[in-house]
Design a protein around this ligand. Structure first.
Ligand code: GLP
Length: 244
């Protein structure tokens, strides 16, 4: 695991963008695994800048998003589909047919997950997977206890995740209690993983990721075993890390 320590969120976003620019230069038809949440917003904004400056094009890029809330249609402002289009896809030249998100309102969730897996097998593997981390160590929506071998699946969200994500909704009652998420096994098939960690709230999680054991109780810990993981974290997030 390569650790990059940066001063603050602005620098984190710049470094994440630099990572993308360097890696994408070497891939002609990239497949990207994308994440939502507040952490990657700065990265998407920086990549849009690069696109506007004609330094990069996404015409030949394919994307797969990590997860989606169950019960929210794509036009719902809190759906991850809406987030991705608002914050990234609408501002770049990616063809809509290259964009893949789990359908949170699919009639049969199991079938939806299987079809997503099959599509990833067909179009993948993912070249670069962006990840954030939950305060409880979740990656995607894989909560503590999820098997490391898991594939794309229906998830019951933990109380703590519902609380943490309530800030995006008008009230906590509106936060969906279930989600569809790539499994941990699915995520690990990406050739390279970029984990972004920002702020004091994530300090405990980053310390456990770096100093702790690999254990299914802490989903992100499996990243220690992946051959190409880069972690970019700011000083506030590094606050509790012991390893030099
Ligand atoms: C959400 C998402 C994750 C994300 C995490 C952290 O629950 N499902 O993919 O990484 O929370 O979000 P944030 O970056 O807003 O802290």
């Amino acid at each position: 695991m390569k650790l990059i320590r940066v001063k603050d969120y602005a620098e984190l976003s710049e470094q994440a963008c630099a990572y993308f620019m360097e890696r994408l230069a070497a891939i002609s038809n990239p497949v990207l695994g994308l994440a939502t949440g507040s952490t990657p917003e700065g990265l998407y904004a920086k990549l849009i800048e690069k696109y506007n400056n004609k330094e990069i094009s996404f015409k030949h890029t394919t994307t797969f998003n990590l997860d989606e809330y169950v019960g929210l249609p794509p036009e719902d402002v809190n759906s991850y589909s809406y987030y991705m289009h608002e914050k990234f896809f609408h501002h770049i030249d990616i063809p809509e047919e290259n964009v893949h998100l789990l359908n949170g309102v699919a009639e049969d969730a199991k079938k939806e997950c299987e079809a997503y897996e099959a599509l990833m097998q067909k179009l993948g593997p993912v070249d670069i997977q962006v990840l954030g981390i939950g305060e409880n160590g979740h990656i995607g929506f894989n909560e503590p206890g999820t098997p490391f071998s898991s594939r794309t699946h229906l998830v019951n969200l933990n109380e703590s995740t519902i609380k943490a994500n309530a800030r995006f909704f008008d009230s906590i009652e509106e936060v969906p209690t279930q989600a569809l998420s790539m499994g941990i096994g699915t995520i690990l098939e990406a050739k390279a993983i970029l984990l972004l960690v920002s702020g004091e709230k994530k300090a405990e999680a980053l310390a456990r990721l770096i100093d702790g054991e690999v254990n299914e109780d802490f989903p992100a810990s499996i990243l220690q075993k992946h051959p190409d993981v880069t972690v970019i974290a700011d000083e506030a997030a590094f606050g509790k890390v012991r390893r030099k």
